[in-house]
Every structure is written in structure tokens, then in C-alpha cells.
Design a protein around this ligand. Structure first.
Ligand SMILES: CC(C)(COP(=O)(O)OP(=O)(O)OC[C@H]1O[C@@H](n2cnc3c(N)ncnc32)[C@H](O)[C@@H]1OP(=O)(O)O)[C@@H](O)C(=O)NCCC(=O)NCCS
Length: 185
């Protein structure tokens, strides 16, 4: 793949860089701002080692080298968002988007849309055909976001344990389209 470590948004005030285990302290600060999401999903706040674990926790059959975590930075180098993804999972045509979060103050202004589209643009330019992810039913705003991004529900899982909570969840997928970032639909 070309240019594994960074890609750009249409918005010139932000840039995206791949994160590595040495970036865990910076990522942990973002996690701590996003405890609303941890409470909704797991019923407990992110652990103090959540960011470290993000680099090591991979699905069966994958290695840490397949784990791509991207940080969204303001021009002043403050981390304001992240996407965690697995290359070629669950099959060689697909990237799995395991997590996407923006700092609460940044949400609802179109930044997540720009970040996701730039990510998909980057993936499709590398020949990726499909992107899949899971969303819990309880995350209504998150689910709506993915549907706005063009994802369709492909499967429903009636019950799965997350932390101290149990959720119904949806698997969603979308064909990656290589178009200019601002024209992805
Ligand atoms: C989901 C998330 C990445 C979307 O990024 P965003 O910048 O807030 O989204 P945008 O402003 O580009 O798009 C707004 C759309 O996303 C949805 N949305 C999701 N979360 C939202 C939030 N907290 N505030 C406002 N809109 C939100 C809405 O459908 C909204 O559309 P609408 O304005 O027509 O209702 C971000 O809100 C976030 O980090 N949420 C917490 C973590 C999370 O839920 N991640 C997804 C896991 S499945």
C-alpha cells in the first residue's frame, strides 16, 4: 500500500496520521474525553490502559501489523479523533472499522463525515472493495451516522456482552468507492 502513515481531509485545518504504540498516551487522553461512549457501550469508563490495548487487541487470525489506528489532528497537533481498523478482515476484500470516535466538542459539525470519507477515499485508492463494522442498537446517533455514510445493515446479532452491558448489534457494510472525497455518497 502507498502512504501508510497519513492522508488528508478536504478541510485544511486537520490532518490524519497513523498512530503507533508509542502514541498510546496521546490516544488515552482522547479516550478519557470519550467516556460517554464507553459508558453507553460497556457501562464503565475506559480503563487507564485502553489505548495501549487498542494496539494489541486483534481479531482471531490477525496480527498487530493488520491493526491500523489513525489519529485526526488539529493543525496545532491536538488529537481530536480516531479510527481503528483491521486490514483484510474478515476477508481479503474487506477492511473492518472497529472504532471511530471524535472528542465530544468536535461532534455534530461535519468533521466525522470528512474524516470517514477521507479514510474511505484512502482505502479505495489502495483497491479495498468493502468496509464493514458493527454498531450497537443503543447508539442511535452512531447508527444514523453510518447509515448517512451509505452503510447498509447486513446482519443482526441479537445479544452480545460488552463490559457489564448486553447489546443487540448490527453489522453494516458498504462498497468502497474511489471518488473525490467531497463526492462520496
Ligand atoms: C459518530 C461520530 C464519529 C460522528 O462524527 P460527527 O462529526 O459527530 O458526525 P457529523 O457531524 O459528520 O454527522 C452528523 C450526523 O452523525 C450523526 N451523529 C452521530 N453522533 C452524533 C453526535 N454526537 N452529534 C451530532 N450528530 C451525531 C447524526 O446522524 C448526524 O446527522 P444529523 O445532523 O442529520 O442528525 C461522532 O459523533 C462520535 O465520535 N460519536 C461518539 C462515538 C461513536 O458513537 N462512534 C461510532 C460507533 S458505532
Amino acid at each position: 500500500m502507498d502512504n501508510l502513515t497519513s492522508f488528508t481531509l478536504d478541510n485544511p485545518n486537520y490532518l490524519v496520521k497513523q498512530l503507533f504504540p508509542e502514541d498510546a498516551p496521546v490516544l488515552q487522553k482522547l479516550y478519557e474525553q470519550c467516556n460517554d461512549f464507553a459508558l453507553l457501550t460497556d457501562g464503565v469508563a475506559f480503563s487507564p490502559t485502553a489505548a495501549c490495548e487498542e494496539f494489541d487487541t486483534v481479531p482471531e487470525g490477525k496480527t498487530p501489523e493488520d491493526n491500523y489506528i489513525f489519529g485526526l489532528f488539529e493543525r496545532n497537533h491536538i488529537l481530536v479523533g480516531m479510527i481503528g481498523s483491521f486490514k483484510h478482515y474478515p476477508d481479503n476484500q474487506t477492511w473492518w472499522l472497529g472504532m471511530m470516535m471524535l472528542a465530544p466538542i468536535q461532534r455534530g459539525q461535519g468533521l466525522g463525515t470528512d474524516f470517514y470519507r477521507a479514510f474511505e477515499h484512502w482505502l479505495s485508492a489502495q483497491g479495498t472493495q468493502q468496509i464493514s463494522l458493527c454498531a450497537i442498537e443503543a447508539n442511535e446517533l452512531g447508527l444514523r451516522f453510518w447509515q448517512k455514510m451509505g452503510f447498509k445493515i447486513t446482519r443482526t446479532i441479537s445479544s452480545r456482552q460488552f463490559g457489564i452491558k448486553t447489546h443487540k448489534l448490527y453489522v453494516l457494510s458498504r462498497t468502497a468507492i474511489a471518488q473525490p472525497k467531497s463526492h462520496l455518497v
